[in-house]
Write a protein that binds this ligand. Structure first.
Ligand code: AP5
Ligand code: MG
Ligand code: ZN
Length: 215
């Protein structure tokens, strides 16, 4: 099962991906997480990505496509994968089709977690993320608080607030999403792969709608 998760910043792609990993046992590939991990290690790629991420802009296509291509060639993807935050531009979507095609594979479902812009700001300003990169669970101070403030329920690590979750940067990420990523909805619709899911409501209900689609 090869899935692309589409949706604006804060729509819940990461939240749902973690639950899907538990249910289906297929890896989550989040380009944002890959860049944040690279930055933590201080690699040149991580440092380059940060200059874009801090402004809410997209990392250039050639960098992102290179990273994804390398990841898709690893041997743990026999049962499939979930792409979270990739593709984000038409050239990225075309590159994905080309890379998968060269391995005689294709995307099975493009799941759009549909949330209106006005809801996204509140979600992102209150988000907290587990610092342990093997866990990386997301919480929200109001909508999905941890049992103990500032501590991950799943692994006990500290929670932190992402650098790009300031109001000004969120606004720019929303603009970028609408201008550059939203056109992918039509791209996948035309291929008959788009599965739209209502993204407002309890996290478990949204998860149930996605599972219904994936079977
Ligand atoms: P990335 O890390 O992908 O960020 P994003 O797309 O902006 O999405 P988020 O991770 O912010 O949101 P999410 O949908 O995962 O929501 P979450 O589940 O956390 O990218 C960051 C940056 O990296 C980009 O800006 C760009 O610079 C670069 N980049 C990455 N990929 C790239 C690419 N392909 N090309 C170029 N550049 C790239 O949920 C958000 C909050 O809401 C949480 O607090 C959660 O608890 C809460 N929540 C979730 N579901 C619900 C619900 N149903 N009700 C209430 N609250 C909820
Ligand atoms: Mg995410
Ligand atoms: Zn954790």
């Amino acid at each position: 099962m090869r899935i692309v998760l589409l949706g604006g910043p804060g729509s819940g792609k990461g939240t749902q991906a973690k639950k899907l990993v538990d249910k289906y046992g297929i890896p989550q590939i989040s380009t944002g997480d890959i860049f944040r991990a690279a930055l933590k290690e201080g690699t040149p790629m991580g440092l380059k990505a940060k200059t874009y991420m801090d402004k809410g802009e997209l990392v250039p296509d050639d960098v992102v496509v290179g990273v994804v291509e390398e990841r898709l060639k690893k041997p743990d993807l026999d049962k499939g994968f979930m792409l979270d935050g990739f593709p984000r531009t038409l050239p990225q979507a075309e590159a994905l089709d080309r890379i998968l095609g060269s391995m005689s594979k294709k995307v099975d479902h493009a799941v759009l977690v549909d949330v209106p812009d006005q809801e996204l700001m509140a979600r992102l300003t209150g988000r907290r993320t587990c610092r342990n990169s093997n866990c990386g669970k997301m919480y929200h101070v109001m909508f999905n608080p941890p049992k103990k403030e500032g501590v991950c329920d799943a692994c006990g690590s500290e929670l932190y607030q992402r650098d790009d979750d300031s109001e000004a940067t969120i606004r720019e990420r929303l603009n970028v999403y609408n201008a550059q990523t939203a056109p992918l909805i039509d791209y996948y619709k035309e291929k008959g792969l788009l599965r739209r899911v209502e993204g407002v409501g309890p996290i478990d209900e949204i998860f149930a709608s996605i599972v219904k689609i994936l079977g």
